[in-house]
Design a protein around this ligand. Structure first.
Ligand code: WT7
Length: 643
């Protein structure tokens, strides 16, 4: 909140879809009359097979959200078919390969055919409405075809990030009982191959219910083959018809499951619905990015995360937009890649994560200055709080002080953006996500659950249902209620802390639970701890986050060995390997500290607050340690601080 500079709406956005007066008026209506507001949006943004009986029927005390009950529609029709009369020949996706020499345009007509063919293949393999299909793919157009093909036939997709390990893939396939997997032979990122099919084979060895594994040939690398189960994507789709009757879905039918980490236990399968999700995806895409017909829009996320779902695939396509999909990484072949791609494809909007901005900032201005970026109109940030230094660099150097930055706060569970500036309406404060989106009713709560009025700091909660709200945790509805709707009854609890300043701007301060945000990837400390204790020399582990210049948060592990075991560098390496194997490369610990003992209360609860302070090197503010069973443990941890 110390940042005081304000960047007013530039003149170039004076004709934006939403200006300040319109924002205030629409926001008011959306809160005073949600049914009226969302009913109008639903008519404007989506095409329906059958209208709704009621707009909203929700009760946050039991985590219930029902939107557009009685209505019918199909998501793939809304994202593809209805655009064909006007836009069959317009590009839907620009695909930019890992290798700068590889790129292609996919028109809406081509997208339609590709999606229909794959949808027919799925149907031929017996996939029906309501069945779960796992998608484990690199960033290639077939990943989007797979999502949309599921939507076309009413199957529920569960995309698993291609960077996850076989173990993590297996857990997710089993949890939602997916019986079909769509993958690729290998992925390609930064010139390196990722053995997706081999990983899939390892996972599927423990998934006997999977009857079909559809494999896209991306690199042509060697793969093992399970006759009867495995089929090549190119062969199967070539033999299928290019037209496919869409399944007319109920508004509340599930569209997808996406696993995300919480503070306890295994990742949760966040389930999203059809109509509410698509509506909020479509509306936020148009207004947050002030999207104009024919513009090229680029979101650098992976389809394995919710950002890729909502802002590479569903939001853009529902608006008939041109969405750029990038297979590679921002630093390959060098740190100028993003800016080159912006010039190459005349990108107007660039939406990325603070960790990428910090990494590119660290390389200096030269790679940016090599490009013109004259096509850029707007910049976006998502995934974690953006520090004002990174914001200023992004604004000044990447955007040449011309392009507003929309810092969008939301979560896998919210489905779509919830707090964000609108480029034609909001004066920007670096580091603040600013104001709630239409229909988002926020509050800040004190520890005791009372609402904070005016400026202050507290727990960020949502006061009433929004269309893209999480509907359930797949297979465990009680967990939905316990996680999000029980801490403060009547509210949705985000897990984030925030402050609100005198002007009403929200500043997200980060998670208040045991969830880490490492390079924008969400991870439960419990998941890393579970991986560490799998090692038979490990007695106990406690994992906390610490500030990291590039990643935002790094992973700091305190490990207690079994009696008689000796610490060694080799053992450290084994533990690092174990985390990568159990979760994926994103879970690689940054620091492992041997801890002969952990600070515990007399009832045996680990005091993470103290461990966090030691990891952060905030030794002056450890707080009260007198309630510990053995306060001397703390001195020994401080003495042997690692990293
Ligand atoms: C958590 C959600 C939003 C899609 C990608 C991440 C943090 C996200 C911001 C932002 C500050 C942010 C929060 C949130 N977060 N965006 N603009 N400013 N923090 O989705 O993996 O579900 O993570 O990411 O802590 O709770 P996710």
């Amino acid at each position: 909140m110390s940042e005081s500079r304000v960047y007013p709406v530039p003149a170039s956005f004076s004709d934006a879809h939403i200006n300040a007066a319109r924002y205030r008026e629409m926001y008011r209506q959306s809160i005073d009359d949600p049914a009226g507001f969302w009913g109008e949006q639903a008519e404007q943004f989506l095409s329906w097979d059958k209208p709704w009986d009621s707009v909203v029927n929700a009760d946050l005390t039991i985590g219930k959200a029902e939107w557009f009950a009685g209505a019918k529609l199909n998501v793939s029709v809304n994202c593809i078919d209805r655009h064909l009369p006007a836009r069959a020949g317009q590009t839907a996706f620009i695909w930019e390969g890992d290798n700068p020499a590889d790129s292609k345009h996919i028109t809406y007509a081509e997208l339609h055919e590709a999606v229909c063919r794959l949808a027919n293949v799925l149907r031929e393999r017996g996939v029906k409405k309501g069945d779960r299909v796992c998608i484990y793919m690199p960033m290639i157009p077939e990943a989007a075809y797979a999502m949309l093909a599921c939507a076309r036939i009413g199957a529920i997709h569960s995309v698993v990030f291609g960077g996850f390990s076989p173990e993590a893939l297996k857990d997710r396939i089993l949890d939602s009982d997916c019986q079909t997997l769509i993958t690729a032979d290998e992925g390609l990122r930064g010139g390196k191959k990722v053995a997706l099919k081999a990983n899939a084979d390892a996972a599927l060895a423990a998934c006997p219910n999977v009857h079909s594994c559809i494999v896209v040939q991306r690199t042509g690398g060697d793969v093992a083959w399970s006759e009867g189960r495995d089929l090549w994507y190119h062969e199967a789709t070539a033999a299928a018809a290019g037209d496919c009757e869409p399944e007319s879905m109920d508004a509340e039918d599930p569209l997808f499951i996406l696993y995300t980490s919480g503070s306890t236990g295994k990742p949760k399968g966040v389930l999203h619905s059809t109509a509410g999700y698509l509506l909020q995806a479509a509306m936020t895409f148009k207004y947050t990015f002030d999207y104009r017909e024919g513009e090229v829009y680029w979101c650098t996320a992976d389809v394995g995360w919710v950002t890729g779902h909502t802002y590479i695939v569903y939001g853009p396509l529902a608006n008939g937009a041109i969405s750029l999909m990038f297979e590679g990484v921002p630093t390959y072949p060098d740190a100028g890649r993003c800016w080159e791609v912006i010039d190459k494809h005349q990108v107007a909007t660039f939406y990325t994560a603070p960790t990428a901005i910090r990494a590119l900032h660290a390389v200096g201005d030269e790679p940016v200055k090599r490009s013109s970026r004259a096509s850029l109109r707007l910049l976006g940030s998502v995934g974690e709080p953006i520090n004002p230094e990174a914001w200023e660099w992004y604004y000044r150097v990447v955007g040449d002080s011309r392009c507003p930055i929309v810092d969008t706060w939301w979560q896998t569970e919210t489905g779509a953006q919830m707090i964000t500036p609108l480029p034609g309406a909001t004066d920007l404060k670096p580091g603040s996500a600013s104001f709630p989106m239409f229909g988002v009713d926020l509050a800040l709560l004190n520890e005791d659950g009372s609402e904070i009025e005016g400026a202050g700091a507290g727990y960020l909660v949502v006061k009433s249902s929004w269309p893209a709200q999480i509907r359930t945790v797949y297979g465990d509805h009680q967990r939905l209620i316990d996680t999000y709707f029980s801490t403060y009854p009547g509210y949705y609890f985000t897990g984030d802390g925030a402050t609100r300043d005198e002007d009403g701007y929200y500043w997200i301060t980060g998670r208040v639970d045991d969830v880490l945000n490492v390079s924008g990837h969400r991870m439960g400390t419990a998941e890393v701890e579970s991986a560490l204790v799998l090692h038979d020399k490990v007695a106990e582990a406690a994992v906390v986050g610490f500030p990291h210049d590039i990643k935002g948060q790094g992973i700091y592990c305190y490990v207690t060995l079994m009696d008689g075991e000796e610490p060694s560098d080799a053992l450290k390496q084994e533990l690092v390997k174990l985390c990568v194997q159990e979760i994926g490369p994103i879970a690689k610990p940054d620091v492992i500290q041997w801890a002969p003992g952990l600070p515990k209360t007399r009832s045996g609860k680990i005091m993470r607050r103290i461990l966090r302070k030691i990891a952060e090197n905030e030794l002056g503010s450890l707080g009260d340690t007198s309630t510990l069973a053995d306060p001397s443990v703390v001195d020994s941890l401080i003495e042997n601080r690692a990293g």
